[in-house]
Design a protein around this ligand. Structure first.
Ligand SMILES: NC(=O)C1=CN([C@@H]2O[C@H](COP(=O)(O)OP(=O)(O)OC[C@H]3O[C@@H](n4cnc5c(N)ncnc54)[C@H](O)[C@@H]3O)[C@@H](O)[C@H]2O)C=CC1
Ligand SMILES: O=C(O)C(=O)COP(=O)(O)O
Length: 525
């Protein structure tokens, strides 16, 4: 039974779903990285929010880990390249908390406009300072969105309801989408110059880090109010403090900080500064949503191989997964076969699907070919890290579909291009389930690729089958199956035979010494 660790506070629905779906679950929150490292080796899955930092060191210790599930959106607390290299799938729940976070941004916008926290504190201190707190209206003001994705577009919708004019800077926002969500797409400098309120809704990337730098803050309209419910690091906090002190920025509300938990900050205590402790996603509705989604996605993956919302692997629905399973087994065997039979640098791997295979999601099939092929070089390769490794090694990957049937109702062909040229192997499924090799470097064969095998290329001549049988028999090696194929009578022939145990190098040498033998290679599937 797969085992999952929930390491951040999560709605109890998550544990309930894991159990219902046949996944064992432990909830252990608040661990230090060292404590987490000591226990993570026992788990197949890790369910987190933003507190747990999934570093390379944690991943190195997580010997059984297959999936990290983020109950939320941002995955900047997960080292995704390290997870990919370790073959661990990383998933998030991209929509479950977006309404809630957008509402928090709107709440902070109102709080800034009317200085609600300071007015509340003053009133409860018995001061009744009615003349001290003069607010501003939101109606007819310009709201500048930096980032107009899921959350940004919900904020835009709510702000339009408040009769604000919404402008957005987002280089990836298409003009059609801008019209659809009713925002005016502008450049950053225009946004800075025009906005009365600015709200940030981008991930933290090299391009967005310090997007509100001292220089950009200086370009904002005097009296601007700024809200950040996205990620700490998007605003230069020292520059923001200076701009608040000088009065250029009339107010700022931060839910997120460069250092979290933010127990101290030069911004604390600054007039017109509001903060919340990363509460953007903290409503009971959003927490139930993300807990259910993350547990369902992780259980699907661990129990049936379905992949949803993964950041480092193509999606594969829980319905598709069983249908694709035999194809992936075939693809992996074909990849492994060409990998074992090819030496030298690989320039290109092409995967051609024909007939029924061409109607399926090709990404997992290509991933399985690459995994089979690269596993020959390293046994830590899997579907997740194979495409990254192939890229790292400069291997071009091609995917070709042909939905017309050829000789077979379904066929996968894997071709490998090296300096020596391009060679291919092809396989089909018998009874929609049994992987079978049907072509090997242009020669028709029919073989099951399983266990220990021996590949022999020889000149087609009488007596060869007897001689190879005797040689193996004398060495005490039992032959399970024997498959033959040849280009033409008297030409080149291949023998693929399965044996009950690994063929030793000495025996390989003996077979190679038989008359007419050109190539001998032991194989393992
Ligand atoms: N405070 C909290 O508790 C929460 C914070 N978040 C954070 O909110 C942020 C936004 O989330 P979503 O809207 O769901 O993400 P999203 O991926 O749907 O949208 C992000 C938008 O930022 C845009 N973008 C990317 N690079 C940009 C750049 N250089 N300049 C301007 N725009 C750029 C993208 O094109 C995209 O439209 C994420 O960082 C997420 O982690 C999300 C949920 C809760
Ligand atoms: O979903 C996100 O990106 C968030 O920032 C929410 O963080 P949390 O799960 O509340 O720690």
């Amino acid at each position: 039974m797969p085992k999952v660790l929930i390491s951040d506070k999560m709605d109890p629905k998550a544990a309930q779903i894991f159990r219902e779906r046949g996944v064992e679950v432990d909830e252990i929150t608040g661990k230090t990285p060292e404590e987490l490292m000591a226990i993570i080796g026992d788990y197949d899955g890790l369910a987190i929010r933003s507190s747990t930092k999934v570093t390379k060191a944690i991943l190195d210790a997580a010997k059984n880990l297959k999936v990290v599930g983020r109950a939320g959106i941002g995955v900047d607390n997960v080292d995704i390249p390290a997870a990919s290299a370790a073959g661990v799938v990383v998933m998030n729940t991209p929509f479950g908390n977006s309404i809630t976070t957008a509402e928090h941004a709107i709440a902070l916008m109102f709080a800034l406009a009317r200085q609600l926290p300071e007015a509340d504190a003053s009133t409860q201190a018995g001061k009744w300072e009615k003349n001290r707190f003069m607010g501003v209206e939101l109606t007819a003001k310009t709201l500048g969105l930096i980032g107009a994705g899921n959350i940004g577009s919900i904020v835009a919708d709510r702000a339009q309801g408040l009769k604000m004019k919404v402008i957005a800077f987002d280089p990836f926002l298409s003009p059609e989408r801008a019209i659809e969500i009713g925002v005016e797409k502008v450049e950053l400098d225009q946004l800075l110059a025009r906005a009365d309120f600015i709200t940030l809704h981008t991930p933290l990337t090299d391009q967005t880090r310090n997007i509100l730098s001292a220089e950009n803050l200086a370009k904002t309209k005097k009296g601007v109010r700024i809200i950040n419910c996205a990620r700490g690091g998007l605003i230069d906090e020292a520059a923001l403090k200076a701009a608040l002190d000088s009065g250029h920025v009339a107010g700022a509300a931060l839910d997120v900080f460069v250092q979290e938990p933010a127990k101290e900050s030069p911004l604390f205590g600054t007039p017109n500064f509001i903060s919340t402790p990363h509460l953007g996603a903290s409503t009971s509705e959003a927490q139930v949503n993300v807990a259910i989604q993350v547990a369902e996605q992780m259980a699907d993956f661990l129990v049936s191989g379905g992949v949803t919302n993964a950041l480092n692997m193509p999606s594969l629905s829980a319905e598709e997964a069983p249908r694709l399973k035999p194809y992936m087994a075939l693809a992996e065997k074909l990849g492994s076969l060409v990998g074992q039979l090819t030496t030298g640098a690989i320039a290109r791997v092409s995967v051609h699907s024909e007939g029924a295979a061409a109607e399926l999601n090709q990404k997992p099939i290509v991933g399985a070919v690459l995994a089979g092929f690269l596993r020959v070089q390293s046994d830590t390769v899997n579907m997740v890290n194979a495409p990254f490794l192939a890229k790292e090694r400069g291997i071009e990957v091609r995917e070709v579909r042909n939905d017309r049937e050829g000789d077979y109702q379904t066929l996968i062909r894997v071709s490998l291009k090296t300096e020596a040229g391009e060679r291919s192997v092809a396989g089909t499924l018998f009874g929609n389930a049994q992987p079978r090799l049907v072509e090997l470097f242009g020669i028709k064969v029919e073989a099951d690729l399983a266990g220990h095998m021996l590949y022999v290329v020889n000149e087609d001549a009488p007596g060869f089958i007897g001689r190879i049988g005797t040689t193996l028999g004398e060495a005490g090696v039992n032959i399970g199956t024997f498959h033959l194929g040849r280009r033409d009578a008297g030409g080149e022939a291949v023998v693929l035979l399965s044996v009950d145990e690994a063929v030793t190098p000495e025996l390989v040498a003996k077979v190679r010494a038989l008359p007419g033998v050109k190539t001998v290679m032991p194989l393992k599937f």
